[in-house]
Design a protein. Structure first.
Length: 343
């Protein structure tokens, strides 16, 4: 598959570089109008109130974020779509480049469902109508690119002219009449579609309810009025947004120890302040289910350290109650989270 070469290219584009003397922490998110960057800013805000610094980095999206966590120095966190994880798991056994890309990458926390937005001209009524049309599918290193490609492959839409351009550029071209539709995977509401130039008489969000997609995606809805041009509820499909980190080896060097501590600190803060994030952060925090772990992926050991009853963090945040302990297994982690969510 041609897309497998994408991972090899990203591994070259994101070399390990020397880290600065002053230790840095970064989270790779997405474009300026997406939900990932808002989630990243909420987490940076949480750390700031504790006297810590977390840099929020824009990126092309999920694929770049995944490889960034694996390969890019001082980048301990990245937000990734669950179908990207499925893609890696499906093909890694037969592809050494994918094995390299996956090695050491771990789950931090599952987050929320992200809707697959398909904004199209009004004369396009269903997915099959995209055949013979020009469609923006996201930049090559983005999760939108992978999701759009997988959906069109599953639906056998082989006559679509697929344009690998970002959502902002795609929207400009759609409004100018140069293309017919665009894909954008982002948790609703997303800033991109708050654009007042989107005329509801000319464009609409495509309703998607296809049995062929049920195995890979979950059903969702985009409520009426989510966007200014949208007057009716829209059936949609969604993927899970997942926060990823790396399996740092604390015995190896100081950088690994500092990175592991940064993961444990943020793990502690997120769990201690989840209610606050739901109340004050992006609306998607209200849909976060920390127990909905993607199958086949291990939780990072540094994440579990931050869950320990005796974990110490000098901060004014409320203490984490005794819902976790050191050296929890993945099953124990899931059970402990479920206990925590019942409180």
């Amino acid at each position: 598959m041609k897309r497998l070469f994408l991972v090899a290219a990203l591994l070259v584009l994101l070399p390990v570089v020397a880290f600065a003397q002053e230790f840095q922490k970064n989270i790779m998110t997405g474009g300026p109008n997406g939900t990932y960057i808002q989630i990243g800013k909420d987490l940076a805000d949480l750390e700031r109130q504790c006297g810590l610094t977390l840099n929020v980095l824009e990126s092309a999206g999920s694929l770049e974020n995944f490889v960034g966590v694996r390969k890019r120095a001082n980048t301990q966190f990245g937000i990734v779509q669950s179908d990207v994880l499925d893609y890696f798991k499906t093909f890694q056994a037969k592809d050494r480049e994918l094995q390299r890309a996956v090695a050491g990458v771990r789950i931090m926390f599952p987050l929320y469902n992200e809707e697959v937005h398909i904004l199209a001209r009004r004369d396009i009524a269903k997915l099959a109508d995209l055949n013979g049309r020009k469609v923006a599918i996201g930049k090559t290193a983005s999760g939108t690119f992978l999701t759009a490609s997988l959906i069109m492959d599953i639906m056998q839409l082989d006559r679509v002219e697929r344009l690998a351009i970002g959502a902002s550029e795609g929207l400009e071209k759609l409004l100018a009449g140069e293309i017919d539709a665009l894909f954008y995977v982002s948790g609703a509401p997303t800033k991109l579609f708050a654009n007042p130039d989107i005329d509801g008489a000319r464009f609409h969000l495509l309703s998607v309810n296809e049995p062929l997609l049920n195995a890979s995606y979950v059903s969702s809805t985009i409520a009426a009025g989510t966007y200014p041009f949208q007057t009716e509820e829209v059936e949609a499909i969604a993927v899970k947004a997942v926060m990823m980190t790396y399996d740092y080896r604390v015995k190896e060097n100081q950088y690994q120890r500092d990175s592991c501590k940064s993961v444990a600190d943020l793990s502690y803060l997120m769990l201690a302040n989840l209610d606050r994030l739901k109340a004050e952060g992006h609306p998607k925090w209200k849909n976060v289910d920390l127990s909905d772990l993607p199958p086949g992926w291990r939780v990072g050991d540094c994440v579990k350290k931050g869950m320990a009853v005796d974990y110490k963090l000098q901060c004014q945040s409320p203490l984490v109650s005794s819902f976790a302990r050191k050296s929890a297994t993945d099953d124990e982690y899931l059970n402990l989270l479920k206990q925590r969510l019942k409180k």
